[in-house]
Design a binder for this molecule. Sequence first.
Ligand code: HEM
Length: 242
Amino acid sequence: MRVESGLKLDDIVLQRRSETDFLPASEEVLAQLTGAEWLWNLPGTAEEKQTVGRMCGEGCHGYEQIMRNRLDERSWRLMVFRMLHYSGSPLIVRGRARGTLEQEEMIVKFLARVRGPDSPLGPVKVFQRAHGPATNVVVTEYELPHVLLATHDVSGDSKGNIWYSSHRTPFLGKLDPRTGIVTEYQVPTPAPGSGILPGTHRIQVDKNDIVWASENWAHNLVRLDPATGDFTITRSRRARKP
Ligand code: HEM
């Protein structure tokens, strides 16, 4: 919605939902829980929560993506197996297992117990949220050239541009936040038809404004000189043969 200058927006009136730190475990409340609040509120041992934290909270996604599901033990076993034995953005590349079979079993049993179809969950405790000046943020959204880019990481250069990596395409992008103009650079690897997924993960712009990125499906290190548009691809020892 375009906010024209002088347009009066209705005030947002907040209603207190609880006189205590505990809120009803309604879908809308659960959807706002942080990962820490999920682990805090779910019944379980410190070892179970640490294992879930280590195996499921390592950055691929948040706990809310896990805990919004209620599955039986068989389904959690299938889900956890996919998560711990596959990689690639759509999780289709079978790889080395993350963790031990004991840890995997502990996670399956824990999730089946606390996020089963009928697992009870009482009122939940929420931690203090940002308030006052900490809530004064301006969020600017920029349109990027492709759908399904699955942007993963960003890094700034010395000229104020924002560089992003794309998990599911061979494009590295440079966004000029002053103009919204996006310039894309196509990484020349992996070769089309090689059966290796395109996409970059980490991205870092160094002090000379050289852009470095990791191709974690092709296992290459990518160097881009924006001044010339030249790419240098360094294959890691783990690089898969096309
Ligand atoms: C055992 C620990 C983990 C559990 C229990 C878990 C659970 C889940 C669940 C339940 C979903 C579906 C969410 C939904 O859409 O409702 C999901 C999606 C996903 N998880 Fe995990 N996850 C775990 C670890 C990981 C790890 C370590 C990675 C990265 C390597 C990962 C990558 C993904 C991806 C990429 C998706 C999205 C798949 C798609 O929608 O195409 N997960 N995970």
